[in-house]
Design a protein around this ligand. Structure first.
Ligand SMILES: Cc1ncc(COP(=O)(O)O)c(C=O)c1O
Length: 383
């Protein structure tokens, strides 16, 4: 098995695919080290799990700090491509809460590239504008943000806005930015999770776990892990949990991507897609969802955002209860794909602050009405 990458962060290195990759039709040539790897795996003692199951968690939320989550693995290939081709800037987009856009901005800045972002917003921009933690980080780090009002765009329509801006920047600055599709959604990015499979093999994934569960958006994580599992013997059962879209659209997209890689296999042979936990749609969540995630934090110290990881966890817990037969075994590896900054949002703060079941904030003087006085009196006496 070959390996990849320079040990020195931000340096371009040759990417040598592991031998099991064989002759995939698409292979990157370069990688730039951005993520802290390998990410650790540990037991995750979440509540309400049937007794005979053991849950482990792979902490891809720990691929970095401001630069964190699953998207960083993908950017190692996308930004390497931009650098090799001599681009001075990148352009991408998403929503104002987009983890991908925040990670792209941070990584681009670290590599000395300029970054342009097209972001869709549900709120109007004004003086008191504040949305998610991701947006605050993007605004702090980039002067090049273009806000589009919220509309039910297709991916294609939204990409057209990004292309339009790229053309405009090219004409006005004579330097066209490198276009990264929304969510980092292309074949190069999928190598982030093909190489994560290599990392998982070093972490003995074949021996230690039966099933893998994680949040699914663009399906890049799923396809990378699915290809790794397939080409190394398909020993695990992989369950992407939908956080948006429909199962039909997701399968169709996955099948087309697998075909572009030259693989003669279908998504239904690679995945058991878990549906039914999207709730009101992408980035729509209820007060109850936030309170459940809060309880996970309080019992295990792991933060789950309500857009991605919280939905995947809800899917895992519920399916283990109502449909355990869909899992291959009893040792389940959950991949935490990040999104923690999505927790830092004013609506979530309000729900946590007013959660009656956890009256955490107490006024010191209500609990210890005399202590301060006593201490200050003591203090005065010793002088
Ligand atoms: C935190 C987080 N988890 C999961 C996903 C979904 O990953 P993928 O797009 O590879 O399916 C995303 C982004 O889309 C994300 O930001």
């Amino acid at each position: 098995m070959s390996s990849y990458s320079s040990d020195i962060f931000h340096e371009l290195s040759e990417y040598t695919a592991p031998s099991w990759v064989g002759d995939l039709k698409i292979l990157p040539k370069r990688q730039v080290t951005l993520a802290v790897k390998p990410t650790p795996i540990h037991r995750w003692n979440i509540t309400e799990i049937p007794e005979d199951y053991t849950i482990y968690i792979k902490r891809d939320d720990l691929t970095g700090c401001s630069l964190s989550g699953s998207k960083v693995r993908k950017l190692e290939f996308l930004l390497a491509d931009a650098m090799v081709k001599g681009y001075k800037s990148v352009i991408t987009g998403g929503t104002t809460q987009s983890n991908h856009s925040r990670a792209t901005l941070v990584a681009a800045r670290q590599l000395g590239l300029d970054c342009h972002l097209v972001l869709r917003s549900r709120e109007e921009i004004g003086e008191s504008y504040s949305t998610s933690g991701n947006f605050i980080m993007m605004e702090a780090g980039s002067p090049n943000i273009y806000i589009l009002p919220w509309q039910p765009f297709t991916t294609e329509t939204f990409e057209n806005y990004i292309k339009h801006l790229a053309k405009y920047i090219g004409e006005t600055t004579k330097s066209i930015p490198y276009h990264i599709p929304c969510g980092g959604d292309n074949e190069l990015a999928i190598f982030g999770y093909i190489s994560a499979w290599e990392e998982l093999m070093k972490q003995k994934v074949h021996e230690r776990y039966d099933d893998i569960v994680f949040a699914n958006g663009t399906s890049g994580t799923a396809i990378g892990l699915g290809i790794g599992n397939y080409l190394t013997g398909s020993k695990l059962k992989i369950h992407p949990v939908l956080t948006s879209s429909t199962i039909e659209l997701v399968q169709d997209k996955m099948d087309k991507t697998l075909c572009r890689f030259g693989l003669d296999v279908k998504s239904k042979d690679l995945f058991d897609i878990i549906d039914g936990y999207i709730g009101g749609g992408y980035n729509v969540y209820t007060k109850e969802d936030v309170i459940i995630n809060q309880s996970t934090i309080r019992t295990t110290g792991i933060y789950c955002d309500p857009v991605y990881v919280g939905k995947a966890l809800k899917g895992l817990k519920t399916e283990l209860r109502i449909n355990p037969g869909r899992f291959k075994g009893k040792r389940i590896l959950f991949i935490h794909t990040g999104g923690t900054f999505g927790m830092m949002e004013k609506d979530i703060a309000k729900i946590i602050h007013t959660n009656e079941s956890t009256k955490r904030i107490k006024q010191w003087c209500d609990v210890f009405p005399t202590f301060i006085n006593t201490e200050s009196v003591d203090c005065l006496r010793t002088k």
